[in-house]
Design a protein. Structure first.
Length: 309
């Protein structure tokens, strides 16, 4: 597998978000004429665009300006967009936030929470039931004959966390511990590649990967075997650029914080992609320090180079 730094840089060079133009310019007070938001498409083309359309309309009503979502094919493109000031806001994964925040030019404002606490999710390592693998001891014994698939290079559950775990048990993906190591590009692609038998092992998330595809009838639970599950991972943040007018940034944050109450249909349209029973879920405020634990994990992996800004 290519070094993570090289992959990210190559992806960034290939980044292309069209249609932004002068829309991203700020007026003398630090307020845009059109609010442009970058969002990874989730690996299922068109799904997030459809599910976030009610959010876009809600934000336009609350903010009093046009709102536009720009969808990308990977998290690295979202990182590049927010750091290059091609967008004003971004939906990020925890790890992609850690990477993007190295420039200290963005601030997390909200994440999905319930009962006043950020929601949690898990990283998992899966296999096709036909491989005969039952646990990670089997994986260790057969690693040299197995192919391994990560999701997105900047994914928390699909790369950072499983890579850290594998390294702790003596299986370094960067040092040919496996027959082959690759990136599928997304969680759905990882799950479907494992299901098809094209790869032996896949690193993804249970809640936002396997469970979503199960609800969409694209896979069945018994198609896959979960070999390992991580400790809980903190929720993904929505971030804004620090050069936005502070009062306007607060207005954006308030709009998200009030969405579940003011426009439950808009809130549920997107959250139901990930949570079968939203219950008491809503957006809640978050701070940078919430992600310090993941920063330590990333910094502790010798061969997992962070993007140098």
């Amino acid at each position: 597998m290519k070094n993570f730094l090289i992959i990210c840089l190559c992806l960034a060079l290939g980044f292309a978000l069209t249609g932004c133009g002068d829309k991203t310019a700020l007026d003398s007070n630090g307020v845009p004429k059109t609010l442009v938001i970058a969002c990874y498409n989730g690996g299922i083309p068109g799904l997030f665009k459809t599910k976030l359309e009610p959010t876009r309309l809600y934000l336009e009503k609350q903010l009093g300006i046009p709102v536009e979502f720009q969808f990308t094919n990977d998290y690295t493109a979202v990182i590049e967009a927010i750091n290059a000031k091609k967008v004003h806001m971004a939906y990020l994964s925890p790890f992609s936030y850690i990477l993007a925040s190295q420039k200290h030019s963005i601030t997390p404002i909200v994440a999905i929470g319930a009962d006043g606490k950020p929601t949690m999710y898990h990283s998992i390592i899966i296999t096709n039931k036909n491989t005969g693998l039952k646990n990670m001891d089997d994986v260790k014994r057969r690693a040299k004959s197995l192919s391994l698939c990560f999701a997105d290079p900047a994914s928390t559950s699909g790369h950072l966390i499983p890579a850290a775990y594998l390294t702790t048990i003596g299986l370094d993906p960067e040092k040919n511990s496996f027959k082959e190591t690759m990136f599928a590009g997304s969680h759905p692609a990882t799950v479907l590649t494992v299901k098809s038998g094209k790869v032996d092992l896949g690193c993804t998330t249970s809640e936002y990967g396997v469970d979503v595809l199960v609800r969409m009838n694209m896979v069945k639970k018994d198609d896959l075997v979960v070999l390992w599950q991580s400790d809980p991972i903190v929720a993904s943040p929505i971030v804004v650029r620090n050069d936005l007018n502070p009062a306007f940034a607060k207005k954006i944050q308030d709009a998200y914080l009030n969405m579940a109450q003011k426009d439950p249909k808009a809130f549920l349209s997107f959250i139901k992609v990930f949570v079968a029973d939203p219950g008491k879920h809503s957006y809640m405020p978050v701070s940078d320090s919430l992600y310090n634990g993941l920063r330590k994990i990333a910094a502790g992996i010798k061969n997992l180079a962070l993007i140098k800004q």
